[in-house]
Design a protein around this ligand. Structure first.
Ligand code: SF4
Length: 570
């Protein structure tokens, strides 16, 4: 079984031990939350030395199962004040797994900015004075130059060093493009610990051996075939996640102009269809990029300018929804530049987009002015007070500007799916221990489930509870959310995932394994938050979403408080 590397930054020690017996069958989200719940005082200062930062590979990381290289990062969140897990693609989790590590637990605080080198020899802290203040691109370039192409890098930008609460953690893909564990301000936790980067080198590691190699191969082959046959995966491969812009707009659920409408008049201009058309005419653009080895969907992309210079990569639906429709910005090149700048600063584009929408509604920024957003963000490191507002997230921006409409739950800015049109998604945003989160359990209509009405207030509690458990389990396997949507529609694929865990570990798994695993995670997180001081009053959408009808469908959020409070009740 796998090990855990405990790095004490204060003492500058690294100790490798077998995972505790109660954590042996956990990975990813489940492992990061279990360690945080066990080791962190819920009342601790998220930016103090007593917070614990966990990087966890999924249970299936490093195996032949496709799309299983997500890295979970967990800690108490400086943005929400609750427990947090944010995950990212990239190469880091597979390298940890090949070193025989399921995770890293980082405690204390280094006395100076440091890089943690993780290898078969253990963990080693080295000074990072020369990386101080650098953007993530230059940080990655320098570390790659020093350590070679065989490593994965996890790092923060200047936003994390300055401990802004919308700070993200960047993870490199196999070709050193940037992905992010974006939500919850976990980049600020890294910054507060004086940890600029991890460099993970898996050379000489033991690799991952399955208890039943033939069975895990069979599961991999069945999963690959099933995932690739699903129509949404075909669309994701062709158009990337931006294909969801037209889907959300068609459902009247695309967050528009600070969540005042569900359809954006310029949706076509920021759609996946338009993006692919633009990329088709530009040198060096790549509309089918993989963020990790073993991905069979390839939903990512590399977006270049007319001369073929890269502007950004991983240019996703949530960014387009929140910085695009939500801010009334319809110029894809401008959005790509903002996305690229956020990645380099190490900022969460979702939190920034939600904050910028509030800033536009209150008059701090002009509606639809991408250049103004870019200019403001470029002053984040220069001590500009308005830039700092945005970099601290949507909720604090709204409070500081006296906004009446702040689209956030538990302090976290809302994703781009409008919850009044998708009420199961709204129930998830309201009750998830993560705050409003796009990976916690979106409930979307599906041809496979024609009886599901996303606009009905009835039954959304059950739908949301099931999905919250399902996605917490998926994140614990390290499986990517997108193919997990195919597995939602094709339950036989869930069976193959469970068979893969059994084949890897040699353990028999009970009926209902996935949902039981995910339910345990969510219940544990809810208990942490309760001890941190959260109450049922925190499990609500903003009042304006209950009060205001959303054009064009006219929906208000009317899932009852009793239904919300009854979720995960026992
Ligand atoms: S489907 Fe997209 S997000 Fe998932 S592993 Fe592949 S490229 Fe990464």
């Amino acid at each position: 079984m796998a090990d855990l590397l405990h790095v004490d930054l204060t003492q500058r020690t690294a100790t490798r031990n077998a995972l505790a017996a109660e954590h042996e069958m956990l990975g990813g989200h489940a492992l990061s939350s279990a360690i945080v719940a066990q080791d962190v005082d819920p009342k601790a200062d998220p930016l103090g030395p007593d917070n614990v930062l966990v990087y966890a590979a999924g249970i299936l990381a490093g195996t032949v199962i496709p799309n299983t290289g997500r890295l979970s990062v967990g800690a108490k969140s400086p943005l929400t004040g609750g427990i947090k897990e944010a995950n990212s693609g990239g190469a880091a989790a597979q390298k940890l797994a090949r070193l025989g590590l399921r995770g890293l637990k980082v405690t204390g605080r280094a006395d100076a900015l440091s890089v943690l080198e993780v290898s078969a020899g253990g963990g080693r802290l080295v000074p990072a004075d020369d990386l101080q203040g650098l953007g993530t691109r230059e940080t990655v370039r320098l570390l790659r130059e020093r350590h070679g192409d065989g490593v994965a890098i996890v790092c923060i930008g200047p936003a994390g060093e300055l401990q802004f609460k919308a700070s993200a953690i960047v993870v490199t893909s196999p070709d050193f493009r940037l992905r992010t564990a974006a939500r919850g301000g976990l980049g600020a936790v890294m910054g507060a610990k004086n940890l600029k980067a991890l460099v993970i080198d898996d050379s000489g590691g033991p690799g991952v051996t399955a208890a039943d190699p033939a069975a895990i191969k069979a599961a991999a082959s069945a999963l690959t075939k099933g995932i690739r046959a699903h129509p949404a995966m075909v669309a994701l491969e062709a158009l990337g996640t931006p294909f969801l812009v037209n889907v959300a707009n068609g459902l009247g659920s695309l967050s528009t102009k600070n969540f005042s409408a569900g359809q954006f008049e310029d949706a076509a201009a920021i759609s996946g269809e338009h993006m692919v058309e633009i990329m088709g005419a530009r040198p060096n653009s790549d509309p089918k990029h993989s963020c990790m080895a073993g991905c069979v969907v390839r939903c990512s992309q590399v977006y270049t300018d007319q001369d073929g210079s890269e502007i950004t990569s991983g240019f996703e639906f949530e960014t387009l929804g929140l910085l695009g429709a939500n801010c009334g910005i319809s110029d894809l090149d401008q959005l790509a530049r903002i996305d690229g700048l956020c990645d380099d600063l190490g900022l969460d584009t979702m939190e920034v987009g939600a904050a910028a929408g509030v800033a536009m509604e209150t008059g701090l920024l002009p509606w639809g002015d991408g250049a103004a957003v870019h200019e403001l963000l470029s002053k984040v490191t220069a001590g500009d007070a308005n830039a700092a507002l945005i970099a601290n997230g949507c909720a604090s921006t709204g409070v500081a500007l006296g906004a009446a409409r702040i689209p956030a739950v538990k302090g976290q800015g809302m994703p781009a799916w409008e919850p009044r049109a998708l009420k199961g998604t709204g129930a998830t945003y309201a009750t998830s221990p993560q705050g409003a989160d796009h990976t916690a359990g979106n409930a979307l209509p599906s041809p496979v489930n024609p009886g599901y009405d996303p606009s009905s207030p009835i039954g959304q509690d059950q739908m949301s509870q099931f999905l919250q458990a399902y996605f917490a389990a998926i994140d614990s396997l390290g499986f990517c959310l997108f193919p997990s949507l195919a597995a939602l529609d094709m339950p036989e694929l869930q069976g193959h995932l469970v068979a893969a865990v059994a084949a890897l570990t040699g353990r028999e798994l009970p009926e209902g394994y996935l949902i039981a695993l995910g339910t345990d995670v969510v219940m544990m997180e809810r208990e942490f938050n309760r001890r941190a001081g959260f109450t049922p009053a925190d499990d609500r959408l903003p009042a304006f979403m209950v009060r205001e009808a959303l054009p064009p469908g006219g929906n208000r959020f009317d899932v009852s408080d009793a239904d919300l409070d009854g979720m995960f009740a026992g």
